[in-house]
Design a protein around this ligand. Structure first.
Ligand SMILES: [Ca+2]
Length: 407
């Protein structure tokens, strides 16, 4: 989502002990489904020519220093940037905290609803409203208990002037139905217009088939107004039996979403064993889970049709096999890292503990770079701050907020 254009927080560099090498590796792109013209093929060939050059030749990848802003965060899941240079950070177990610009971690804010923490569930994403400076409004999503188990819920609230509590908390969306599962909540929020929110929703793992039907919110991307109303132009509002919030279907567990500079929504989702995907949700589009996948079930059995594509199911713009376990996603729109990074997509990897930096040609990934892998930290979230710098949250009981500073 667009971040507020405000005074950058003061840099208080606390450089970490340098590793032997900050050199990064380059891997060739995975299969890129979809039709390509001759020009695209030529571009791909040129991109490949670039991709096979030694990794060390890409000087820009060596030009970042991760600087620890804060530590001691318990499985932090999302970070948002307050206009005064402070940060809001969620902890999965249910805390929302202010982190001072100097890294001091504040106490949990009061006023949050009851959160059903456990497994993959808890307090997950948080984003500020684009009018936050004026209205103090923010949105957060979490796992909500109720009849039948739990599901993902989205709430709006106002941050008190002293930032010690949330006021006017209102749940504006609850995923239906609730089920007995602590897995696959999805739960990334993107504001694409002043009054429009998108929320990604996992299929809760044991309800995978639900992702193909419209009578539930499992494995869906939903689109609602910021007050919870359903937009009149959602794709299924006039279809009997369909839940009107649904924008797209056939998703597995999407834990990354970002608004591209051109206004398009991008998401990624965890595959099963292999087949993590980047998708561009479109109204009414079916992204195939669990009918098609580039991966297999954890058992090794094939998924659904056993195919990676079928007519009528939208292919991902990128896939990872083996799975990187993606979480968090942002576009680099600033010029802080030079022209080679501008327009890139960055994605956290939990499994391989790196930050993937993806060079794009339109909607196609043409090169992939792996950053920060030598730190061995699971990456849960990545965002571009109002200072144009990238910020990363690492996932552990002693999670960190890192600022990626260009050298
Ligand atoms: Ca898919």
């Amino acid at each position: 989502m667009p971040h507020l254009s405000l005074t950058p927080p003061p840099l208080t560099p606390k450089p970490l002990i340098p590793k032997p090498s900050h050199r990064q590796t380059v891997t060739p792109p995975g299969p890129s489904p979809g039709a390509r013209g001759a020009l695209a093929s030529l571009c791909a060939a040129m991109a490949w020519a670039g991709a096979v050059t030694p990794a060390l030749s890409n000087a820009t990848d060596e030009a970042i220093t991760p600087v620890r802003v804060a530590q001691g965060l318990a499985n932090p899941w999302a970070v948002a940037f307050l206009p005064d240079g402070r940060f809001l950070v969620t902890e999965r177990k249910g805390n929302l905290r202010v982190v001072e610009a100097n890294g001091t971690v504040g106490p949990p804010l009061a006023g949050l609803p009851r959160i059903s923490a456990g497994g993959q569930g808890g307090l997950l994403d948080v984003v500020l409203d684009t009018g936050f400076e004026r209205n103090r409004t923010l949105y957060f999503c979490f796992s909500e208990a109720g009849d039948g188990g739990s599901s993902t819920a989205l709430a709006r609230a106002e941050l008190a002037a002293d930032a010690t509590r949330l006021d006017k908390v209102k749940v504006i969306f609850s995923q239906q139905p609730k089920v007995a599962s602590t897995l696959h909540f999805g739960c990334r929020i993107t504001q694409t217009a002043p009054d429009v929110l998108f929320l990604t929703l996992g299929e809760r793992f044991n309800r995978a088939e639900d992702a193909q039907t419209l009578d539930n919110h499992h494995g869906k991307v939903v689109r609602i107004h910021t007050d919870g109303r359903v937009p009149a132009d959602n794709p299924f509002v006039k279809q009997a039996g369909a839940l009107p919030e649904i924008w797209s279907l056939g998703h597995r567990n999407p834990q990354g979403a970002a608004l591209a500079p051109d206004g398009r929504l991008w998401i990624h989702e965890h595959g099963p064993r292999g087949g993590d995907e980047i998708n561009l949700p479109a109204p009414g589009a079916n992204f195939g889970w669990p009918q098609v996948s580039f991966g297999t079930h954890y058992s090794g059995l094939s998924v659904g049709s056993g195919k990676s594509a079928l007519p009528g199911l939208v292919a991902p713009v990128h896939q990872w096999t083996p799975s990187i376990a993606p979480s968090g996603m942002a576009f680099v729109t600033s010029q802080r890292y030079g022209p080679g990074w501008q327009g890139n997509l960055v994605v956290g990897s939990l499994k391989f503990t790196h930050l993937a930096r993806l060079e794009l040609d339109g909607t196609r990934v043409v090169r992939e770079h792996k950053l920060l892998a030598d730190r061995g930290q699971r990456i849960r979230d990545v965002r571009q701050g109002p200072d144009g710098l990238l910020y990363v949250l690492t996932d552990s009981s002693n999670g960190e907020l890192l600022r990626l500073v260009p050298r």
